[in-house]
Design a protein around this ligand. Structure first.
Ligand SMILES: Nc1ncnc2c1ncn2[C@@H]1O[C@H](COP(=O)(O)OP(=O)(O)OP(=O)(O)O)[C@@H](O)[C@H]1O
Ligand SMILES: [Mg+2]
Length: 546
């Protein structure tokens, strides 16, 4: 069982303690079995005596204590080991996501990473608690079987024969379990992707009743039903094994009670054997409760490993950036980048197109919707790796060994930006500097920077953009890239943004790349590049066309 193997491997220095706890529990159970079965021993004299068997009682107490303590310590250890393991997996996932190549990660599917991590963490946590009882019970089952060898070799042979047969049939029933669990997992991810439409599109659904009804009845309900069916199917697969095991244990009980007596002869031995068989049945109960959980946990590990492996495949091999970087001129030539459909066909290709940027200039990127402006910006900042073409940073070509340094040149507010609640990675900025900046961008009345965090990020769309702009400015990097920042701003702020703020930032020594649709302000640019269908259509220098 993969899960148990993994826990054992991950236990490291705690292996000895875990083994002692398991043995304590197992031998404790056997101790209880032996002590009580001695009471039933036909040759024992305790049953005929009125003197209480103090020695027996003493051994019983030790054995029972050993079971309780072994289970408690074992459970604590296995939970600690599994939680350590999950801690490592969560950290690995976070690190892998951070190091992933943006374009390939985007295509990989964010829901899949998120869903796999949350769902399987839960399964493993639950398995950690139950599995320890299952393992100790399994040990007790084996030892209990061996104990019958002392009582009667014939009973022992019957028990071993039945255990081997039941194992064979158990394995036979489990052949389709993995398949069933895979299907369940896929349907679960599918269902949650659909459910996100309801949550992310709450407003649109609320305003448009037929849309909500269609999502709910035509898509969500069938997906939920399909998920239910495969959950039931998976449970049935797992439970077939449980039923088979029960069947053989009842068969064992019946054989000892009704078939063996004439062969064994001694009624006392039959009573003792029956007691051992009933003990084994109670242990089997414990094991069979743990088996489905361990099966699911083993599957959860497979799934986590598969996603981890897929993430490793999209990790880009980049070095961390060095400190300050500068530039005089960036020259990009023949840049090409394509998006692909799920079936692998190109859905949009940007380029080949070139783009130059000189230190201290204001460069505008303009063009219609879908002309490739944002895509070009993502390739130019090397978030996307171009399919062909290259970027020359002063005299150095941007390659994987210096790409993180190159990215350090840029601060950005992309049109699909994310607003952070803190200035992550900028610990030394004084509160006053940040609050002055918020004042300058006219949002100080809505949010303040206090104790390392913004007091409010529930802002209007325009205000959110201004806060993101403040963060980008505070990063204080040579190039400021703003993708449609003027959109969603009121006319007053927009006017100030183009006529005062942008020229002001230029005077401070910043280089500006502005993606814009606001043609009344195009004159602010030193140079303009017009994109059309992913290609550079026109380049204008201070109003002149080239
Ligand atoms: N993440 C993506 N996956 C697949 N295709 C994409 C993705 N982002 C953009 N596209 C496609 O690439 C093309 C160019 O998109 P892009 O966002 O670069 O245009 P844009 O010029 O910035 O447009 P807008 O002015 O509307 O912001 C579009 O046709 C779009 O469908
Ligand atoms: Mg865009």
């Amino acid at each position: 069982m993969k899960f148990l193997k993994l826990v054992w491997e991950a236990a490291g220095v705690r292996r000895l303690k875990l083994a002692i706890a398991l043995m304590g529990s197992t031998f404790g159970m056997i101790g209880v079995l032996v002590v009580v079965s001695q009471v039933l021993d036909p040759e024992g004299h305790t049953s005929e005596s009125n003197v209480p068997d103090l020695m027996g009682l003493f051994l019983f107490v030790i054995a029972a204590f050993s079971v309780i303590a072994g289970n408690a310590v074992g459970q604590r250890l296995s939970v600690a080991v599994v939680e350590d393991l999950l801690d490592r997996i969560r950290r690995d996932f976070a690190d892998l996501v951070r190091r992933s190549d943006y374009g390939r990660f985007e295509a990989f599917g964010i829901t899949r990473v998120y869903d796999t991590l949350t769902r399987n963490s839960q399964t493993l946590t639950e398995a950690a608690i139950l599995s320890i009882h299952g393992v100790a019970g399994f040990g007790a089952l084996i030892l209990g079987g061996l104990y019958t060898l002392i009582i009667s070799p014939l009973v022992f042979a019957v028990i071993i024969g039945l255990i081997i047969t039941s194992t064979f049939f158990y394995r036979l029933t489990q052949r389709r379990t993995h398949l069933a669990l895979t299907e369940t997992s896929e349907r679960q991810t599918g269902f949650f992707s659909l459910f996100r439409h309801l949550i992310d599109g709450f407003k649109e659904v609320k305003l448009h009743n037929p849309r909500g009804a269609s999502i709910e009845h035509e898509h969500l309900e069938p997906a939920s039903g399909a998920l239910r069916d495969s959950q039931v199917f998976a449970a049935v697969q797992i439970n077939r094994g449980v039923s088979v095991s029960y069947f053989f244990f009842y068969l064992m009980l019946a054989t000892i009670a009704f078939v063996l007596p004439p062969f064994v002869g001694d009624h006392g031995i039959i009573v003792q054997s029956l007691y051992v068989a009933i003990f084994m049945l109670s242990v089997v109960e414990i094991i069979l409760k743990a088996v489905p959980v361990i099966t699911r946990a083993s599957f959860a590990i497979d799934e986590l490993k598969a996603v981890e492996q897929s993430l490793r495949e999209v990790v880009s091999n980049e070095r961390p950036p060095s400190a300050d970087v500068q530039f005089e001129r960036i020259e990009a030539q023949g840049l090409m980048y394509s998006y692909f459909d799920p079936d692998g066909a190109r859905s949009f290709t940007m380029g080949p197109t070139g783009l130059d940027l000189n230190r201290g200039e204001i460069l505008f990127i303009v063009g219609g919707n879908g002309s490739g402006k944002s895509t070009l910006m993502k390739v130019f900042t090397r978030l996307y790796e171009p399919e062909s073409g290259g970027i020359l940073w002063d005299d150095t070509s941007v390659e994987s060994n210096n790409v993180t340094d190159y990215r350090t040149l840029f601060s950005s507010v992309f049109s699909d930006f994310h607003l952070f609640d803190r200035l992550y990675g900028l610990p030394e900025i004084e509160e006053k500097v940040v609050n002055d900046m918020l004042g300058d961008l006219d949002i100080a009345h809505k949010t303040q920077y206090r104790d390392g965090a913004f007091t409010n990020t529930n802002l209007s769309t325009g205000q959110r953009k201004r806060l993101a702009l403040a963060v980008a400015l505070l990063e204080n990097r040579p190039i400021l890239l703003l993708d449609e920042l003027g959109a969603d701003q009121d006319p007053e702020f927009r006017k100030r943004f183009y006529n005062e703020l942008i020229p002001g930032w230029k005077k401070e020594g910043r280089t500006l790349v502005i993606v814009s649709h606001e043609d009344q302000y195009f004159h602010v640019a030193d140079r303009t590049i017009v994109l059309s269908d992913g290609q550079t259509a026109i380049q204008r220098q201070n109003g002149a066309t080239s």
